[in-house]
Design a protein around this ligand. Structure first.
Ligand code: CP
Length: 308
């Protein structure tokens, strides 16, 4: 199975076999990510890093992945200090940076930006989030976390929080449908999962349950995937104020949780998971952010053709 030169734009381009292969390669990468052994698999390779929106985990885990494998990173840095501030188009920026690098990781506020970039790039584009569109490398690390901390096949999972604007939960639903998940949705009515996604899941014979509260869902789910209310995507700030603080996980909320419940969150969090939850055996979100490194190592090696 070859991924060489492949653009990673959305999970829609992946079959179950392809996903399983990425997860297997990530398992091989994990000891290197934990720096138990060095590697020069990507020695001489350069990753172009273009972030037009803020990021901590995605940008730094891509950079860590590249560095742990002996490669180098070339960052645009602050957009304001680049020629984007002079009005350079995304297409021109991509054409230029492709000439300096072996792959480009791109985060951009415009939905469809990564797809557009792929049309102008001579090297693979890895979509690190395009507005409310897709964030496929996040989905891969979410799947990897579930595989490592729980199990993928027939998983009972609750997705909670902002299911309307949260791009991570949209991609995750589609990916989990390959593994016969049972998906429970918990959100304020204004932020419910788009109906077309629910219809798509039902067509794939995925059981979708709409629960009234997190307390109800955690009595039977094995993974609770919490998300932040995406304040920056609300057209009207007053609408955000109506739903802010509506869902919050505390140790008290978890009192009837299954013993093996794992709580995940793509992070950053605001106040939807109180810090007191971090001390419970259910908290998996910091392990989840670490797993971004072996997953991004795997994807970089695959698209740069140093691993099959
Ligand atoms: N999960 C995630 O995408 O985090 P960052 O915005 O910090 O990259």
């Amino acid at each position: 199975m070859s991924f060489e030169h492949m653009h990673i734009i959305s999970m829609k381009e992946f079959t179950r076999d392809m996903i399983d292969h990425v997860l297997e390669v990530a398992e091989e990468m994990e000891p290197i990510a934990r720096s138990k052994s060095g590697s020069d698999l990507l020695k001489g390779k350069v990753l172009g890093v273009l972030f037009f929106e803020p990021s901590t985990r995605t940008r730094m885990s891509f950079e860590a992945a590249m560095m742990r494998l002996g490669g180098e990173v070339l960052s645009l840095g602050s957009v304001d200090a680049s020629s984007v501030a002079k009005g350079e188009t995304l297409a021109d920026t991509i054409r230029v940076v492709a000439g300096y690098s072996n792959a480009i990781v791109l985060r951009h506020p415009m939905e469809g930006a990564a797809r557009l970039a792929s049309e102008f790039s001579t090297v693979p584009i890895l979509n690190a989030g395009d507005g409310a569109g897709h964030h496929p490398t996040q989905t891969f690390l979410d799947l990897y976390t579930i595989k490592r901390e729980s199990h993928l096949e027939g998983l009972k999972i609750a997705l909670a929080g902002d299911l309307k604007y949260g791009r991570t939960v949209h991609s995750l639903c589609y990916a989990l449908s390959f593994y016969g998940a049972e998906i429970t949705l918990v959100s304020p009515p204004e932020l419910s999962m788009p109906s077309e996604i629910i219809e798509d899941l039902k067509k794939k014979n995925i059981k979708v349950i709409e629960a009234d509260s997190i307390e109800d869902a955690i009595q039977y789910v094995e993974v609770l995937y919490m998300t932040r209310i995406q304040k920056e995507r609300f057209p009207d700030p007053a609408e955000y104020q109506k739903v802010a603080n509506r869902l919050q996980i505390t140790p008290e909320v978890l009192k009837n949780a299954k013993e093996n419940l794992r709580i995940m969150h793509p992070l950053p969090r605001t106040n939807e998971i109180t810090p007191r939850v971090d001390e419970t055996p259910h908290a998996s979100y910091f392990d989840q952010s670490f797993y971004g490194v072996p997953i991004r190592m795997a994807l970089l090696c695959l698209v740069m053709g140093v691993f099959e």
